[in-house]
Write a protein that binds this ligand. Structure first.
Ligand code: SAM
Length: 419
């Protein structure tokens, strides 16, 4: 029924910040598109929501939004439903369904459809159902987030995944037991510097991060359809249902000047086709995981409108202000932004999330303030958040009292941190 997707062990509780409406709006705006109008109500749907902590947190912090989560595994939807009910949330509907049958559910049209960690883990027919769902349910002007293992960066991990799956499938036990046993062999082989594993970033990560949760490893590695995708293939899929690229939720990667050296930009300038150029760009980034944003019938925003819209958005500090370093490592080298404007934004947000334009003084140049906010967001020092602070007490109590170990605390402005 799951077409080769791991179905015998539940996934981990994960919160994905990039799926928040404010984050996706920010990505669309920096790419020149007008995001959905959320001034009244809006509809948001997570395809392959897993244990649904992200939709649960967003439903609690966006009372005017209507949230939906769809997943094929009954254990996921049952656990998510318990947490939702314990938190008293009324604006989250969960469906246990595969993408094919979800197409026939009685659902509204969505302003946002998100899908994290699904598209390159499921079979081509399942991807077709996924596309049919999005085609049927995305509103004009609606945004789609889709993340996937990407070529060329994941090419070097392909042998490792096939090895783990082959050894795992030859062993008894559930997917988790089999993945762990297979990984013990793969780690020993990595230690012995088996040549086919030395170039694999995933093999290196498995060695350096023994804390990776077993359920995560089972879902990551044991599926029957683990296939890294080229951005050209995914864009063609999205185009087939009328969607156009609206940048990436990996905010840093929206800026050529941040991630590419001049010589690389010059080479890419010679490639006319935008999808081929993006694929070639992924070679310079050694891209292994993409977080694409797409839009249907997107309305473009000129630079004045974009600036005004971004200045009217709310931002929060993503880390303790004492730990902020005004520099970020990118594939092109170190990007430095230690200047009074960046420091003033961090200082202001230290007191809590603020709307950017509220930081303007008669002496501030709005362009300078915005440019620095964009760099700080790209460097994940600040993050785009909602501006209506919700009572997250009931949800956090439900999380703390859950029989499951849920390592997250939800924040009132629509985000979450590990606890
Ligand atoms: C790697 S998990 C990601 C879960 C969640 N998006 C997250 O980030 O925590 C992939 C999810 O896709 C779901 N899934 C796989 N195939 C599916 C299908 N055909 N229809 C619906 N859900 C599916 C799985 O049950 C699983 O929860």
């Amino acid at each position: 029924m799951t077409d080769g997707y791991v179905s015998d062990v539940p996934y981990v509780w994960s919160y994905i910040a990039e799926l928040a409406p404010a984050w996706l709006d920010h990505a669309a705006l920096v790419s020149g598109f007008v995001p959905p109008d959320r001034s009244d109500t809006f509809n948001w749907c997570d395809l392959g929501c897993g244990l649904a902590l992200t939709p649960i947190a967003l439903a609690a912090t966006h009372p005017r939004g209507k949230f939906y989560g769809i997943d094929i595994l009954p254990a996921h939807i049952a656990a998510a439903g318990r947490l939702r009910d314990d938190a008293g949330l009324q604006n989250l509907t969960l469906h246990c369904a595969d993408f094919d049958s979800a197409c026939n559910l009685n659902l509204p049209s969505f302003d946002y459809i998100v899908s994290h960690g699904v598209y390159s883990w499921v079979s081509p027919p399942v991807r077709q159902s996924w596309l049919r769902f999005v085609n049927r349910h995305l509103k004009p002007g609606g945004l789609v987030f889709v993340s996937y293992n990407a070529m060329p960066g994941r090419a070097a991990d392909l042998p490792l995944q096939r090895l783990v799956r082959a050894i795992g499938n030859s062993l008894p036990g559930d997917s988790q037991t089999r993945a762990l046993a297979a990984l013990r062999v793969a780690r020993a082989m990595t230690e012995l510097k088996a040549p086919a594993l030395t170039a694999s970033p995933m093999a290196a990560a498995l060695m350096s991060r023994p804390e990776l949760p077993p359920a995560y490893l089972a879902h990551e590695l044991m599926g029957g359809s683990w296939d890294p995708l080229c951005v050209t293939e995914v864009r063609a899929d999205m185009r087939s249902i009328g969607l156009a690229s609206a940048g990436t939720a990996n905010l840093l990667q929206n800026y050529d000047s941040f991630v590419l050296r001049k010589a690389a930009r010059d080479v890419l300038a010679g490639i006319e086709d935008q999808d081929a150029r993006e694929f070639a760009r992924d070679f310079f980034l050694d891209q292994f995981f993409r977080q694409d944003v797409y839009i249907r019938d997107g309305q473009t925003a000129d630079s004045d409108r974009r600036r005004e819209a971004l200045l009217s958005r709310c931002y929060a500090l993503a880390k303790d202000s004492r730990n902020v370093e005004y520099v970020v490592q990118t594939p092109a080298g170190k990007l430095r932004f230690d200047n009074p404007s960046a420091r003033s934004i961090v200082a202001a947000l230290d007191g809590g999330p603020r709307i950017l334009s509220h930081l303007l003084t008669p002496e501030t140049d709005p362009r300078d303030l915005l440019a620095n906010a964009l760099v700080l967001a790209a460097a994940r020092i600040i993050l785009p958040v909602g501006d209506e602070f919700a009572d997250v007490g009931p949800l956090n109590s439900a999380i703390e009292n859950s029989a499951q170990a849920i390592p997250w605390r939800v924040l009132p402005w629509g985000s979450a941190v590990r606890r």
